[in-house]
Design a protein around this ligand. Structure first.
Ligand code: CO
Length: 134
């Protein structure tokens, strides 16, 4: 059911410093920072030949990643995103299997303008999983 790894998201306390690490130290191609007020994050995308790394920094007072950063002050891996062809079909199959979908269970528009859902980390090896319809 799941397809390609779309991205790995890493929450960071300092987006400029994190972008510099990926650009200058690791030699990757790094995008300009992009504010996503609807999601409460500022993102930088790191383009790798086979996938992307999404660097996330809290934006605004009610950022959904603020708590994560409090618990992990130097940053850390936040979620992995797998591609699916049909998000509603994937959700229905996962719910039937007993998995918990976060929020109201309805797809919302993700950081790339495509429908996404998040799955409870306790059901997936302690890892927050994002599914993106491509
Ligand atoms: Co993501």
């Amino acid at each position: 059911m799941i397809g390609r790894l779309n991205h790995v998201a890493i929450v960071v306390p300092d987006l400029k410093a994190a972008a510099a690490i990926y650009r200058d130290t690791l030699g990757a191609r790094v995008s300009a920072p992009m504010d996503l007020p609807d999601h409460g994050v500022t993102t930088v995308f790191v383009e790798l030949p086979n996938t992307k790394i999404e660097l996330l920094c809290p934006l605004g007072a009610n950022s959904p990643i603020a708590k994560f950063l409090q618990a992990n002050p130097s940053g850390g891996m936040h979620h992995v995103c797998y591609e699916v062809a049909d998000l509603s079909a994937a959700r229905d199959r996962l719910v039937r299997a007993g998995a918990r979908v976060l929020g109201d269970g309805e797809p919302r528009t993700g950081a790339h303008g495509k429908p996404v859902l998040f799955l409870h980390p306790k059901d997936f090896c302690g890892t927050l999983v994002e599914l993106e319809q491509v």
